[in-house]
Design a protein around this ligand. Structure first.
Ligand code: ADP
Ligand code: MG
Length: 268
């Protein structure tokens, strides 16, 4: 009952999701029995060893992949194919190299057939939000990796989806850039309070960003932990390096690392 209520009030509900991949000689139970409720302003980080079904789950929520069983409800309606309610950011920005940054961001908004003035407003608003207010006229090759990824985030946000799905969006970036991107994303979330579903294999990243943390294990892919992050800072900006140095943070990091490792061997 609560699941439906949340989905109807603007959130997302996954009900009994299972996914089986059929291969030539075998089948893989990539996901089994996934039950999940996301509030409209959640920031959920998903942790788990490689192969536990994180990307498969994201692809189902995006509407790219049909589950073998179960349903995805967005705002109370069944979601079965990609649409503007769900935005996705991948590991690589995939900007159009021949369009400047503003035009790249406008591209998704054009698809939504919005009037020109509203398109311009959104492009400018989201460029500013990701800190690229001065970079709209540049071409992608003139941007650093972090800036490209911020442009990709702006492009997704500009379509004003209910939920933004991110599949290890910072894992291709160097450590310093990654930290600055984490800061940016936190600021963006504080300002927009969008529902963010964020896959990472970096425990620190999950602890710094996620209001809620899910841990998945493989064989079959399933959610084994779903908890409110006790070291989450609900308001304002804070020093990530100070946070990492805290005792509660260090203890939780060690615990999560061992829980993830438990899921990586034989899938027990
Ligand atoms: P993660 O993102 O956590 O690494 P994936 O969702 O990519 O996990 O994969 C989950 C499981 O499903 C793995 O065992 C993987 O090998 C398998 N898998 C993923 N995509 C396919 C596919 N297209 N065909 C067959 N098996 C797949
Ligand atoms: Mg993956």
């Amino acid at each position: 009952m609560t699941m439906i209520a949340t989905a109807e009030s603007g959130g997302i509900a996954l009900n009994g999701i299972s996914l089986t991949y059929n291969r030539k000689r075998s089948t893989v139970s990539a996901l089994q029995g996934i039950e999940l409720d996301l509030a409209p302003d959640d920031f959920v980080c998903v942790l788990g060893p490689s192969g536990c079904g994180k990307s498969s789950l994201l692809n189902i929520v995006a509407g790219y992949l049909e589950p073998t069983e179960g349903t995805v409800l967005i705002n109370g309606n069944e979601h079965t194919e990609p649409n503007a309610q769900v935005g996705v950011v991948f590991q690589h920005a995939n900007l159009f190299p021949w369009l400047n940054i503003a035009k790249n961001i406008e591209f998704g908004v054009k698809m939504a057939k919005l009037p020109r003035a509203e398109r311009k407003r959104r492009v400018n608003f989201y460029l500013d939000l990701v800190g690229l207010g001065q970079a709209g006229a540049l071409l992608p090759h003139q941007l650093s990796g972090g800036m490209k990824q911020r442009a990709a985030i702006a492009r997704t946000l500009a379509t004003e989806p209910r939920i933004v799905l991110m599949d290890e969006p910072f894992s291709a970036l160097d450590a310093l850039t990654r930290e600055s991107m984490q800061m940016h994303l936190r600021r963006i979330w504080l300002q927009t309070r969008k529902c963010i579903f964020f896959i990472t294999h970096d425990v620190d990243e999950a602890l710094l960003l996620g209001r809620r943390i899910l841990i998945m294990h493989p064989n079959p892919g399933r959610i084994v932990q779903d908890f409110v992050n006790p070291v989450f800072v609900p308001e304002g900006e804070f020093s990530f390096s100070d946070a990492r140095g805290g005792q509660a943070f260090a203890e939780l990091r060690a615990l999560l690392i061992s829980q993830i490792a438990n899921g990586s061997g034989n899938g027990s």
